[in-house]
Design a binder for this molecule. Structure first.
Ligand SMILES: [Zn+2]
Length: 282
């Protein structure tokens, strides 16, 4: 079975730069993409994250949405010959405003896979504005339909398989219930890692505002400890060949080091290769 991940472009967002890397470029506006991930080649087409509802909802966080016609989820899926109703499972890395905004466009027999801890966290009031009411209310409505939601308890069970070759595991960072989605590809394991990493370069390759070598930088937007954030990033670098964050281009990893950046298909040819660093073990 050869599973392939296609990066979907749901439109950019603009927000204050220190959100992405702790204390970095405070007060400056930064524009980043919002991606989703279509996994093809398996038992069913499955999707990871659905982007933000519309440009207006980003204003509620004093952020700017730049979602255009081409970025609409149905148009992004159509580029791969897939319709909304073809998607069997939607997995959410977490439920923030820019990740779960289009679930109400999918029929109730498309199963939304949620880590139960993230659902609880989303209605806890902590990080409240990042969990907008219409998105969360819709998910609550899905709970009352037999096939519309599948809850995972990843902190207790460990990894759970969704379709052969695709499984979820607890991320241990960003939000209390964030999960990673792991995909078995012909070139190794790929990890869709949500917002555990925002910026591959500034947090890992040329990690800014960090004194110690091999110490990843954390984001400016997280709910647990800085040690947990760093450990979650290290775990990603230790275990996976490809990392696919939601707000940055994919990366290829070898021996704990980012060695290249593939394009919008993983596995696929590198569009950029990076020099090997002597500060990582070979
Ligand atoms: Zn995000």
């Amino acid at each position: 079975m050869a599973l392939t991940i296609h990066v979907l472009d749901y439109g950019d967002i603009e927000l204050e730069a220190s959100f992405f890397v702790l204390g970095h470029n405070c007060g400056r506006v930064r524009r980043v993409p919002v991606y989703g991930f279509l996994i093809l080649g398996g038992a069913y087409p499955v999707l990871v994250d659905t982007g933000y509802r519309d440009n207006a909802i980003m204003e509620s966080l004093n952020m700017r949405g730049l979602q255009y016609h081409d970025n609409m989820i149905e148009n992004q899926l159509a580029k791969h010959g897939v319709k909304l109703g073809d998607i069997r499972y939607i997995m959410h890395t977490h439920l923030h405003i820019d990740h779960a905004g289009k679930d109400d466009q999918f029929p109730m027999n498309t199963t939304v896979v949620l880590n139960r801890r993230e659902m609880e966290f989303s209605v806890s009031g902590i990080m409240y504005p990042q969990y907008p009411k219409p998105d969360i209310i819709h998910l609550v409505e899905r709970i009352y339909e037999p096939e519309a939601v599948r809850f995972l308890d990843l902190e207790l069970t460990g990894a759970e398989e969704i379709i052969p070759g695709v499984w979820c595991e607890p991320a241990g960072a960003h939000t209390e219930g964030s999960m990673n989605v792991i995909v078995e590809t012909a070139e190794g394991l790929a990890c869709i890692c949500g917002d555990v990493i925002y910026d591959i370069n500034d947090q890992i390759i040329d990690h800014v505002r960090v004194n110690n070598w091999m110490e990843p930088q954390v984001t400016g937007n997280h709910s647990s400890t800085k040690r947990a954030e760093k450990a979650a990033i290290k775990k990603l670098l230790n275990n996976y060949t490809f990392l696919l964050p939601v707000h940055d281009r994919p990366a290829r990893v070898e021996h704990g080091q980012v060695v290249g950046r593939p394009g919008m298909t993983v596995p696929g040819p590198m569009v950029e290769t990076l020099p090997k660093r002597d500060w990582f073990p070979a």
